[in-house]
Ligand binder design. Structure first.
Ligand SMILES: [Zn+2]
Ligand SMILES: [Zn+2]
Length: 396
């Protein structure tokens, strides 16, 4: 009797174990299939305009970049952008013969990484095809992204430098060995010209004699105030004085995550203040200088626009008044994806995205009146490398 009971117990334990094993799946995928997500960069509406996030200077494996157009579209979408321009070097890969297509996978590279045309000693025959590939990739993948047709032109000597040409109709037709003629060809197509990375190989952002002529002839519409991780402080004043558009672009050649992924910031962007996400509206915004530049957690631009931007992004309410102590407490709420470093004297309030903080402001010792909620914004730049001082408007 005792023996049979032990046997029965053993048998039931075995069945229990088999049952338990049956319930464990042979494969489990902790992340599911769609692991890569878009970073949503939430920015306010300012003066009736939406703010679109753009990068107008990107290279692909069709010139000296390492990522193909399809990869650029996806990467930009994951990075939270709305607008991109693929601007491969039109004649930068000089002295090498043009071929039909370049797409040799690079060993050990990530899926969208390729050897560049420059490394392979060749370049595409049709530059419009690069844009077409990017635009149709955006369409096929259902990625809501405006892709602007463009290219980068470079000229020697180094006093000339590099220029991005955007909103082109036919890239193949703009080239001329004379830069002035080439840029006039861009203008004939209704294009916009950006003076890129103005200190590149020169060690200065001063205007050279040739730049003066280009500017005087109205061939330059905007300047890169930031390129990659570089900021050019003196370019802010030039843009304001000469009514040029400020741009912040990555000039990316590899994956953006290599450069910006390890920093606690977004990739360098041009913030475009436009009514709609279409070519007409974006071009109009650029011609009317309605941009700010985002670079490594900083915002650069014209002082009034910075102030309008901050006031749209941050709400400010007076929540308490202590008449005895002569103090007012304000609640600041950041409804955008950018952190603002707000300084009063030696105190810096770091207002992070979608958070609120309280600031106590006393009476002015000289006037005896309450001070306004006014801050020097340490991560904003206007002319001459200066941080703007901005008064936050009270919520009604
Ligand atoms: Zn360049
Ligand atoms: Zn470039």
């Amino acid at each position: 009797m005792k023996k049979s009971f032990i046997l029965l117990l053993f048998a039931s334990l075995c069945i229990f174990n088999v049952d338990a094993q049956k319930k464990i799946p042979h494969t489990y995928r902790p992340f599911g299939r769609q692991a890569t997500e878009r970073k949503e960069i939430i920015l306010p509406q300012v003066n009736g305009y939406n703010i679109y996030k753009a990068d107008f200077h990107i290279h692909t494996s069709y010139s000296d970049g390492r990522v193909n157009p399809q990869g650029r579209v996806l990467e930009a979408w994951y990075d939270g952008l709305d607008i991109i321009a693929i601007t491969d070097h039109y004649e930068g890969v000089s002295g090498i013969k043009r071929a039909a297509k370049v797409a040799a996978p690079q060993n050990g590279g990530t899926p969208f990484e390729y050897k560049s045309a420059k490394e392979l000693g060749t370049a595409p025959a049709d530059f419009n095809a690069i844009h077409k590939e990017a635009a149709s990739a955006a369409k096929q993948m259902g990625v809501p992204m405006l892709v602007i047709k463009g290219c980068e032109m470079a000229r020697e000597p180094k006093e000339f430098g590099h220029f991005n040409c955007l909103f082109l109709k036919d890239i193949n037709k703009v080239y001329d060995p004379d830069l002035f003629v080439a840029l006039k060809n861009v203008k004939k197509q209704g294009g916009i010209v950006i003076h890129n990375h103005p200190s590149y190989r020169r060690g200065t952002t001063d205007k050279s004699e040739s730049h003066k002529k280009l500017y005087e002839q109205g061939l330059i519409d905007g300047v890169e105030v930031a390129n990659g991780e570089n900021f050019y402080p003196l370019m802010v004043r030039r843009c304001i004085e000469e009514q040029l558009t400020m741009f912040g672009n990555t000039d990316e050649h590899v994956l953006t995550s290599y450069r910006f992924g390890t920093h606690d910031c977004y990739r360098t962007m041009t913030l475009v203040f436009a009514k709609k996400l279409n070519e007409k509206s974006v071009k109009e915004a650029l011609l009317e200088d309605r941009t700010l530049v985002y670079v490594c957690g900083y915002l650069a631009g014209e002082q009034q626009l910075l102030s309008d931007f901050l006031n749209a992004a941050v709400t400010c309410k007076m929540v308490k008044e202590n008449a005895k102590k002569g103090q007012r407490t304000y609640m600041l709420t950041n409804m955008s994806s950018i952190t603002y470093r707000l300084r009063r004297g030696r105190t810096v309030y770091e207002l992070e995205p979608f958070k609120s903080l309280q600031v106590v402001i006393g009476k002015n010792k000289k006037t005896g009146e309450y001070d306004e909620p006014k801050f020097r914004v340490d991560n904003m730049w206007h002319v001459d490398f200066k941080n703007p001082t901005i008064t936050l408007e009270l919520d009604k």
